[in-house]
Every structure is written in structure tokens, then in C-alpha cells.
Design a protein around this ligand. Structure first.
Ligand code: UD1
Length: 420
């Protein structure tokens, strides 16, 4: 028996959503918390599978954790070096932040290669380059990474590719390094700024937040603090796209509207009506729209994490749309499922031409987190009742999604399905 969602399409969305905390920010900040070997209280942490996996890892390295409502207390006073050869490491991508953190704490780490959504090759060359330049010896052997250093030494590192993960790892490995570190061509995603704000509040010295160059002066010690993580801009974007297609009126509260600038711009160009405030947006669904041409790229461009959901939305346009994916080469994989629902499209290279199509109800299966959220939209937009399988992918990033959708009038229920 497997958990599935049963969704009756064409409900009119109506109501208010209180935004959850950011998954990607939480994952980086939770790992960064252990650097202080003290007590940290994190607020606004989403109750999602990736966070639960991370908590299991923390417990195995002798960190005390208490997660009540959305507040996570992390006491790493008695943290103990352990080889990170746990099954949880291979279940999500951000587990590789332990490499940077362990090098800072213990000068060594042994860890499984990270897992995460299979949305592309996802190389780690930029992480390795940064570690090498900080005086780390690193070997990859049989799905295991083994790294060590006599001492972390600051350096000037110029990334060849803008990478969120490599930027986080380089920051985590530099906060205590001897001398100072300059990181150039870093990711400017808001989640990186949130991590920097958190580390600086603990006592780190990092200058350049929100820009492509960071200057990090090594410090000796960090202190425990209380910190509230930023709202999730990808979940915000997901619900905005759902709303643009299906809402009578949808209000999303506790957000940073500026973090969704690119999506908002796209929706406005399509004719969507929105009341935009600094921390709240009300959106009214479109009666009809023509088309959009989208190209994903690093922040502040259109986020790759919203591409699949936007692509699904564009099937409902009146004209042919074009979407180009520049970050993750497998992020069109979910379209196999959309095809089952009657979606017509033409993929060439890293682009897809989306042909206006009437989607019909079907049994479809999630293959990754955001692709799952895209299929959910397809089910909500089609006639009749659909079944969505492998919904665990969606639950890795969307807190309590079934109840959130029910609360805004979507006809959805969680049920069990027998499969031979
Ligand atoms: C993070 C986010 C993910 C988001 C992505 C891009 C987390 C946990 N995940 O993923 O949700 O979709 O940023 O915004 O925060 N690359 C290299 N070499 C490297 C590292 C990356 O070539 O060493 C390439 C990747 O293949 C990709 C691009 O750089 O084409 C961006 O990847 P990156 O920013 O590293 O993504 P993640 O950190 O994995």
C-alpha cells in the first residue's frame, strides 16, 4: 500500500496561506548551527522530510535536538566526530554541507556522496576546488568522500560556475580559517544571504551579503543565538502560480515579495492581477492568457526550481510558449507524465515548446520534488479526478501540503493505493 493524493480538478482556489520557512535556507542554517558548539534556537523551520533526515543525522553525532511546532533547538555542546556513513546522507542533497562544517570543527570528514532529486548530473567540482584552495586534501572513492586538512588557510577563490551548494560549503569551511578568504563569483540567492546573516549574528565576519564577492575574516569562536529563517520563496512561487491559474482570490502572507521579483514580473506580463505588499501578495486568477517565454538562471533570474510548475501552467495558454532550462538538464523529465494527461510539447536541447493542451485526469507519478508540485497543478487544472503517486517527493519540501490546499478550497485527499 502506498500513499497517494486523490485530486478532483477545477476547484476554485480561495483563501489565505501563511508561508512556511525556507527549506534551502533551513538546511544550510541547521548544519551551520553546529559550528558554535553551543545552543541555537531556530524559528520558522518547516516540518518537511529533508529537515527530519537532517535531525536524524544530528542525533547520531551527539547533538541534542528538540523540534516543537516550527522551533528547532540544537545543542551541539557535546558534538562528537563520527564518520558520516549514514543512510540519511544519501537521501538529500544538502547533507554535503557537513563537509564544510566538519572540516571547520574537526579538520576531517568521511561522508557518503549526497543524494537529492535526479534533475541532472549535479557535479561537485566547484566544492572540491574551493576545499583544495583552503588547504584541504579531498578524495572521492566508491561513493564516499574523504577529506582532511592540517589547518584551513584562507585564500582567494574564484568559482567557475555560480553554485549555491559550493558557496555554502566554502563559507562553512572559511569562518574559522587562518587569514581571510575572498570568494568571487558566488551565488547571490536570498538563502545565501540568510545563512550569512545567521553566521554573522553568531559572531562570524562575512562581508558582501547579496553580492557576488564575499570577504570572510576567520574568527576563533561562534556563539549560540536565536534566529528566524526566511520564508520559502519557492513554495511562495508555487502557490502564486497555482493562484494565477485557479484562484478566485488567494492571499499569501509572511513572505518577502522582492525574492519573487522575476516570477511576479512574468505573471504581471501575462496580465495577472495582484496586490503586492512587502510581505504579502493577493493574487486573482487569470481568465485566459496568451503565452510566455522563460529562461531559468541563477538569482535574480527565473528560478530553475519554479520552471516545472511554470511549464505546466503554460499548457493552459492560448499560444505556444518556450521554456529554456539552463541549470539542470533533466528538469523536463516530468513531462512524460504530463503527456499521459494529454499535454503536447516538443523538447529540443535544453528547451521545450509548449503547445496549448487540454489536460485530462489520469494516474501520474512524481519523480522529483518540484516536478511533483508541477504534476499537482496539472491534476488541479484538469477535468475529473486524478491520482498522484510517489507524493513523498513533494513532502520533502512542502509543509503539510494537503491541508494547506484543502484550506484554500482544493478538493484533495490523501489515501492509500495498492500496487502489485
Ligand atoms: C541549490 C538548491 C536547489 C536549486 C539550485 C539552483 C539547495 C539544497 N538546493 O541546489 O533547490 O535548484 O540551488 O538554484 O539549496 N554545478 C557545477 N559544479 C558544482 C556545483 C554545481 O557545475 O560543483 C552546476 C550544477 O550542475 C548546476 C548549477 O551549477 O547546473 C547550479 O547548481 P547549484 O547552485 O550548485 O545547485 P545546488 O546547490 O545543488
Amino acid at each position: 500500500m502506498n500513499k497517494v493524493y486523490e485530486i478532483k480538478g477545477k476547484s476554485k482556489i480561495n483563501g489565505t496561506i501563511n508561508m512556511q520557512g525556507s527549506k534551502n535556507s533551513s538546511l544550510a542554517i541547521i548544519v551551520a548551527s553546529i559550528l558554535c558548539k553551543d545552543v541555537v534556537m531556530l524559528k520558522n523551520i518547516p516540518k518537511i522530510q529533508d529537515v527530519y533526515e537532517l535531525i536524524e543525522i544530528l542525533k547520531k553525532i551527539n547533538v541534542k535536538v528538540s523540534f516543537i511546532d516550527n522551533s528547532l533547538l540544537i545543542d551541539s555542546t557535546n558534538i562528537k566526530y563520527t564518520s558520516l556513513l549514514f543512510k540519511q546522507i544519501i537521501r538529500f542533497r544538502a547533507s554535503y554541507y557537513f563537509i564544510g562544517a566538519f572540516l571547520s570543527l574537526f579538520k576531517k570528514v568521511e561522508i557518503y556522496m549526497p543524494g537529492g532529486c535526479k534533475i541532472g548530473k549535479r557535479p561537485m567540482d566547484q566544492h572540491i576546488k574551493a576545499f583544495n584552495e583552503l588547504n584541504v586534501n579531498i578524495n572521492i572513492d566508491n561513493n564516499k568522500i574523504i577529506a582532511s586538512t592540517t589547518s584551513l588557510v584562507g585564500n582567494e577563490i574564484v568559482f567557475d560556475v555560480v553554485s549555491v551548494g559550493a558557496t555554502v560549503n566554502a563559507i562553512l569551511a572559511s569562518v574559522f580559517a587562518n587569514n581571510s578568504t575572498i570568494l568571487k563569483n558566488v551565488a547571490c540567492e536570498p538563502e545565501i544571504s540568510d545563512l550569512i546573516e545567521f553566521l554573522n549574528k553568531m559572531g562570524a565576519k562575512i562581508i558582501g551579503k547579496g553580492t557576488s564577492v564575499l570577504y570572510i575574516e576567520g574568527v576563533n569562536k561562534l556563539n549560540g543565538i536565536t534566529y528566524e529563517v526566511m520564508p520559502d520563496r519557492i513554495v511562495t512561487g508555487t502557490y502564486l502560480i497555482y493562484g494565477a491559474l485557479l484562484a478566485k482570490k488567494l492571499t499569501i502572507k509572511n513572505i518577502n515579495s522582492k525574492d519573487n521579483y522575476s516570477l511576479i514580473n512574468t505573471l504581471i506580463n501575462l496580465g495577472t492581477q495582484m496586490d503586492i505588499k512587502e510581505h504579502e501578495i493577493t493574487i486573482y486568477g487569470l481568465k485566459e492568457f496568451e503565452k510566455a517565454n522563460i529562461k531559468t538562471d541563477v538569482f535574480p533570474s527565473f528560478p530553475s526550481d519554479l520552471q516545472q510548475i511554470m511549464t505546466t501552467f503554460l499548457f493552459m495558454g492560448k499560444q505556444i510558449s518556450l521554456v529554456e532550462e539552463t541549470l539542470f538538464e533533466n528538469r523536463f523529465g516530468f513531462l512524460k507524465q504530463i503527456k499521459k494527461m494529454g499535454g503536447k510539447f516538443f523538447i529540443y536541447d535544453n528547451k521545450v515548446l509548449i503547445i496549448p493542451s487540454l489536460l485530462k485526469n489520469s494516474i501520474v507519478s512524481c519523480e522529483d520534488l518540484r516536478g511533483g508540485a508541477a504534476l499537482l497543478l496539472a491534476c488541479m487544472a484538469s477535468d475529473g479526478t486524478s491520482i498522484l503517486k510517489n507524493v513523498e517527493y513533494i513532502e520533502r519540501g512542502y509543509e503539510d501540503i494537503v491541508n494547506v490546499l484543502k484550506s484554500i478550497n482544493v478538493d484533495i485527499k490523501e489515501t492509500m493505493m495498492y500496487e502489485a
